[in-house]
Design a protein around this ligand. Structure first.
Ligand code: ADP
Ligand code: MG
Length: 324
């Protein structure tokens, strides 16, 4: 297994109290596999990723439990200098907003070249050539000329390609892409996603794709992990989830996708709001919004049941949910 996150817990100490952002997340990714992490805004997707990458704001953040096993070693136990090496070369992250992640006062060619100079000890000239090669690979037209441009001179889609190039530069084993296309136009979204998926396959990388867009997931992911209030509530191969969800929250998400063949029909929207992470409801955090909730759901936190094969559901009533 390339990455195994076990029972990860993260909280933030704020003026209002303790925000319990991640409450026991368990997921894994193999080489060559794409895991989509799905869930409403505020469910802890990004914070989990930051803890895995080692870029969590500490303080106010604090990892209070769990393990992050990357190629067998627990990253949470590594010293910061070792951790930084892993982060640069073996795992990389792609963010939603390229403009704030790239350096505005360096040309993109120089930024890409820097990776090869620092991590691979290349000469400036060699590194420049590698930078252009990489820009070509992410299909930036006229890469040689454009290497001398600054980030703001590129369109949103092209900037996102540059982010992908930065992340891939050192051929990491794992990429975490946090809503990589959310800020882009719909047509550009598909192109950037296709590119990312293609490179992931070519390089046999593990990819964690964080998204709230179920449409994207169906095309590129092998497995899905659905998050709610800082926990995984369901995880399974994509095909299984689309066929029949095993958690009422997943079902709500699936039924909220607009479908062309049902134009005009009212969309099922999950009623109510995601919980305040300062005061997570007792029992199953989803119970106040769940059409199937019983007393046990209001009282006890459900375990992540092994439904079948690789499928897991944190619902006491997964059987009933599967039966629809
Ligand atoms: P998402 O699933 O949308 O990516 P996040 O992982 O960003 O959600 O956030 C999960 C929760 O953690 C949110 O309630 C957010 O307000 C809280 N949080 C994230 N970063 C901080 C921070 N630096 N200080 C306090 N709370 C934070
Ligand atoms: Mg996020």
């Amino acid at each position: 297994m390339l990455l195994e996150v076990r029972d990860l817990r993260v909280e933030f100490r704020t003026r209002d109290g303790i925000v319990q952002a991640v409450n026991g997340v368990t997921y894994s990714v193999e080489a060559g596999e794409t895991l989509a992490v799905l869930g409403e805004s505020g469910s802890g997707k990004s914070v989990t990723a930051q803890a895995v990458m080692g870029i969590l704001d500490m303080p106010p953040g604090r990892i209070t439990g769990g393990e992050v096993l990357f190629q067998g070693r627990d990253l949470l136990k590594l010293k910061e200098d070792r951790r930084r090496k892993v982060r640069g070369a073996e795992m990389a992250m792609i963010f939603q907003d390229a403009l704030s992640s790239l350096n505005p006062v360096l040309t993109v060619g120089a930024q890409l070249a820097e990776m090869f100079i620092v991590h691979r000890g290349m000469s400036r000239k060699e590194a420049r050539a590698k930078a252009v090669e990489l820009m070509d690979r992410v299909r930036i037209p006229a890469a040689r000329d454009r290497a001398g441009d600054y980030p703001h001179q590129f369109s949103g889609g092209m900037r996102q390609r540059i982010m992908i190039a930065m992340a891939l530069a050192l051929e990491p084993a794992l990429i975490i892409a946090d809503e990589p296309t959310t800020a882009l136009d719909v047509t550009v979204q598909a192109q950037v996603m296709d590119l990312l998926a293609e490179l992931q396959r070519e390089l046999n990388m593990g990819l964690i794709l964080i998204t709230h867009d179920l449409g994207v997931v169906a095309d590129v992911a092998d497995r899905i992990a659905v998050m709610y209030a800082g926990r995984i509530v369901e995880s399974a191969p994509v095909y299984d989830i689309y066929k029949a969800p095993a958690h009422p929250y997943t079902r709500g998400l699936l039924e909220s996708i607009p479908r062309l063949d049902q134009k005009g029909k009212e969309l099922y929207a999950i009623k109510g709001l995601p919980p305040n992470l300062l005061h997570i409801p007792p029992g199953c955090a989803f119970h106040p919004r769940c059409p199937m909730a019983q007393d046990v759901c209001r009282r006890d936190v459900p375990p992540l049941y092994e439904v079948a094969g690789e499928r897991r559901s944190a619902c006491y009533f997964w059987r009933e949910t599967l039966d629809g």
